[in-house]
Design a binder for this molecule. Sequence first.
Ligand SMILES: *Cc1c(COP(=O)(O)O)cnc(C)c1O
Length: 360
Amino acid sequence: MARVYNFSAGPSMLPESVLEKAADQMLDYEGTGESVMEMSHRSKEFQAIIDKAEADLRELMEIPDNYKVLFLQGGASTQFAAIALNFMNKNHKADYIVTGNWSKKAMQEASRYGDVKVVASSADKNFSYVPDWDYNEFRDDADYLYFCMNETVHGNIIRDIPDVDVPIIADISSCFLSEPIDVSKFAMLYGGAQKNVAPAGLTICIIREDMLGNAADICPTMLNYETMAAKGSMYNTPPCWCIYIAGLVFQWLKKMGGLPEMQRRNQAKAKLLYDALDESKMFNATVRPKDRSMMNAPFVTDSDELNKKFIAGCTENGLINIKGHRSVGGMRASIYNAMPIEGVEKLVAYMKEFEKENTK
Ligand SMILES: *Cc1c(COP(=O)(O)O)cnc(C)c1O
C-alpha cells in the first residue's frame, strides 16, 4: 500500500491509525452488527459516540462549562450567515477584520443582514500580512467583532487577540486543535472539520451560553444555534459518520499528548518548511515572517513555468495537492496535525533537488 503525502488545504489527511480503526469497525461497530454509517442517530450507541466526542473535545481544548459545543452541517460557510442572524440583533452592527478570502466572504455575507464595518484589512498587499489595528476604528456598540484566525488561502495567522469589550467570534477552521487556545476569550469559535479534524460535512461551533437566545425572527430554524443547542445538535439528523471520525481523531490527539504536543510538532514541521523557503533562492514564502501560518504555507517562484514543473514533480513523488489557490498562485503546503514530519522532510528534500536541477 503506497499512501501519498497530501498537502491539500482540505479535505486533507487523517491520521492513519484513525482510518485503520474506522476500517476495522466498518462492518460491525462494537458488536452491534452494523456500521456507524447505518446506525440510527437516536440509538444509545450513537448517543454514546457523540457524548464521548464532545467530552474529549472539551478536555482537549479546556472548554469552560458555560460554553455549548454543537456538531452541525453546512460547512463553515453556512456559519457566515448564521453568525449574523444569531448575533447581529441588538444594535444591528458588527465589526470585521479582513485578512484573507475567508474573512472577506464572512464579512460580505454578514453585510446582507446589518451594518458591517471593516475595521482593519490587509487587502492592499493581497493579505500577505496581518494589519495593525487602530482601536478607534472599533465600535463599542458593535454586536460582535469577527475575524478568521488562520487564513487558509493566504497563509497568515492572527496571534494577538484584540482587547475589546464586545463579544469576539473567530473562524478557526484551519487551525482547529493545532495548538492550545484560550476559549474563554471568545464568544464563539467555529470551524469546518475537513481541515484538521474529520471528513467534510461537519462544522463544530463552540458558543458561550449567554450569546444564545437573540436570533433574528427570520433566522432559519436550521441556523438557530439556540435550537441546535437545546436539541443536543440533533434537531435533525446530524452528520453521524463525521462525528464518529472526529471522535476517533480526538482520541488520537489525546493519545499523542494533547494540544501542547501538537503545537510542538506543528512548530517543528513549520520551521523546517519556512527555513527551507527562506534559505532558497528559488522559492519564496509569500507572507511576512511574523504573521506566517503554522498550517498553510503559500510559496512561489518567480516563474509560472517553474511553478508548474515543480507541482508536476511533486505529484510524481507522492507529494500531492501542492498547487496554490488561484488568488495567490504558485504553491501551498498545508501541513495539518495528521501530516507526519516525514512528509515535510520529503517535500523540503525535493525542493532542494529541484532548485539544484533548475538553476543554471
Ligand atoms: C475551508 C474554510 C472555510 C469554508 O469551509 P466550508 O466548510 O467549505 O464552508 C471557511 N473558513 C476557513 C478558514 C476555511 O479554511
